[in-house]
Design a protein around this ligand. Structure first.
Ligand code: CO
Length: 502
């Protein structure tokens, strides 16, 4: 297979010290405060055409009253909403009032074990055989079917008021989910170019000796159109998936689960998952139209560990899936401090393309981007279809593993790369692409990202012109405070500010 031509449209001096490690650590300080204000410290100008709301989710607390949590994935979900209209922007953040958040804040201490190793005080005896799950609602936030939903993959969604971010409670999608059901944190929106009726497609996984994958498809009113469950062999740890008009595609990472240390109170459940880098990944291809009666197909590939997929599309009998792969995944060690992670000792996430031939049952793979990258994003109208551009968080340096400090744009057609870097003091989050109203070109729009600026210990909302990342931000909105490193978010074209509410 031909490898992609690479044209670097920017120059990065290789001898430069890429990042400020102490500065990076400060981005993991808790943000216990909740704010509500118009952003007035702005460099550049907010584009007049940018109208809508950026919602972000991520851990807001990295400690409970001074008791440190073991891993950011265990941190209580905090939502940020940045609403844009007529060149102005309003900021608001609020914690999701989950049951566990309210109980722990009232008690002033950790009451629940976390999936990623946070333990209650009191040692093994206090933690053994305590299997209560704290639904921390910290991974994704999406506005769909008139509901703003905070998602965490192991439990039910929480519904919030999109104007005030007030928590309204657990949401069961009008009876589709039942108590204790999970709903993944990676819904995909099928733009349904042919019918013009977009759908939200999502899944849940019930892991076990064999695992059950359930797929949900919701219309724009939030009504369920399809729900079908499939049993797949083996223990499945699946964080994300990809869609095409006809298929849902899952990468079942080569992992095993030894529950004993969890049961006995030594480790969190997530710390009992072991990755086997030499074993193949199972690529599970599930037809979306269950009525057609087509079989589920499972193919093997060498991929490493995958959290996130950029996109997938069909090409005749082939499906291409673009994914961020890690050669190895280090175990989360008990008593280790995630702030002390040795970046250089870990393998970077890299973008690969997997071409699955359903007829010949073969899989080919091709490295698309060598640079360390994570959190890919594509034009919403190209979801599930062949596409030209991907935007992704990336390391400042062209090789090696490092924190994400840059936004990289890859043009698959020409091989051109564009990059904007916030190094050495800035650290980026997932880039969210917002198309310009009425645009026809796939990159005509803006890339929004939250950047932690360690030199001021505050976060900025950075707006980039997606046609030309190299020229730097169109606007940089300085918040009055920092937002700890977050996970995922979404754009809604609706403008949610309480004073405008009718
Ligand atoms: Co994710």
């Amino acid at each position: 297979m031909q490898s992609l031509p690479v044209k670097e449209a920017f120059a990065v001096p290789s001898s430069e010290v890429p990042y400020d490690r102490l500065g990076w650590k400060k981005g993991y300080e808790s943000q216990p405060n909740e704010y509500d204000y118009w952003i007035d410290n702005i460099e550049g100008e907010i584009p007049q055409g940018l109208h809508g709301t950026l919602f972000r989710n991520g851990p807001g607390l990295l400690d409970i009253n001074g008791q440190r949590i073991n891993h950011p994935f265990d941190g209580d979900g905090m939502i940020c909403a940045i609403a844009f209209s007529e060149g102005k922007a309003h900021f608001r953040n609020r914690f999701v009032r989950t049951k566990g958040f309210l109980e722990e804040q009232a008690a002033g201490k950790i009451l629940y074990r976390g999936v990623f190793g946070t333990q209650k005080p009191g040692g093994v005896l206090a933690n053994a055989f305590d299997f209560r799950l704290k639904n921390i609602a910290n991974t994704q936030i999406i506005y769909w079917g008139g509901k703003l939903l905070a998602l965490w993959e192991a439990a039910e969604p929480h519904r919030l008021d999109p104007y005030t971010l007030e928590t309204l409670g657990l949401d069961y999608l009008d009876g589709v989910l039942h108590q204790g059901d999970s709903f993944a944190a990676h819904p995909r929106i099928d733009p349904a170019i042919e019918t013009g009726e977009p759908r939200l497609v999502n899944f849940s996984v019930k892991p076990g000796l064999s695992s059950t994958i359930t797929i949900y498809e919701l219309d724009t009113r939030g009504k369920v159109l399809q729900r079908h469950a499939h049993s797949v062999p083996g223990f499945a740890f699946i964080h994300d998936f990809a869609i095409t008009p006809n298929y849902c595609i899952f990468f079942q990472n080569a992992v095993s689960f030894n529950p004993l240390p969890y049961l006995l109170g030594w480790r969190g459940a997530g710390e009992c998952v072991q990755f086997h880098p030499k074993k193949p990944t199972q690529i599970i291809v599930i037809p979306r139209d269950v009525k057609a009666g087509k079989p589920v197909q499972i193919l093997e590939a060498k991929s490493g560990f995958v959290f996130h997929h950029a996109n997938a599309f069909e090409r005749g009998e082939e499906i291409c899936i673009d994914s961020i792969c890690y050669q190895a995944l280090p175990a989360v060690e008990p008593d280790s401090d995630f702030r002390e992670v040795n970046f250089e000792g870990l393998t970077p996430g890299q973008l690969w393309r997997f071409t699955v031939n359903l007829h010949n049952q073969t899989v080919q793979r091709q490295l698309m981007e060598n640079r360390c990258c994570e959190f890919p994003w594509v034009h919403p109208q190209r979801m599930g279809h062949d596409y030209r551009y991907v935007f992704v968080g990336a390391a400042h340096a062209a090789s090696g593993n490092a924190p994400l400090q840059a936004i990289l744009k890859i043009d698959y057609q020409t091989g051109e790369r564009q990059l904007w870097s916030a190094a050495p003091k800035g650290f980026v989050s997932e880039p969210v692409f917002v198309p310009r109203t009425g645009a026809t070109d796939e990159d005509d729009g803006w890339v929004l990202t939250l950047v932690y600026d360690s030199s001021h210990h505050r976060s900025d909302v950075v707006i980039l012109d997606a046609c030309n990342l190299n020229q730097g931000p169109v606007a940089r909105l300085h918040l009055k405070h920092h937002i700890p490193y977050g996970l995922h978010g979404n754009w809604s074209s609706e403008y949610f500010v309480p004073s405008d509410r009718s």
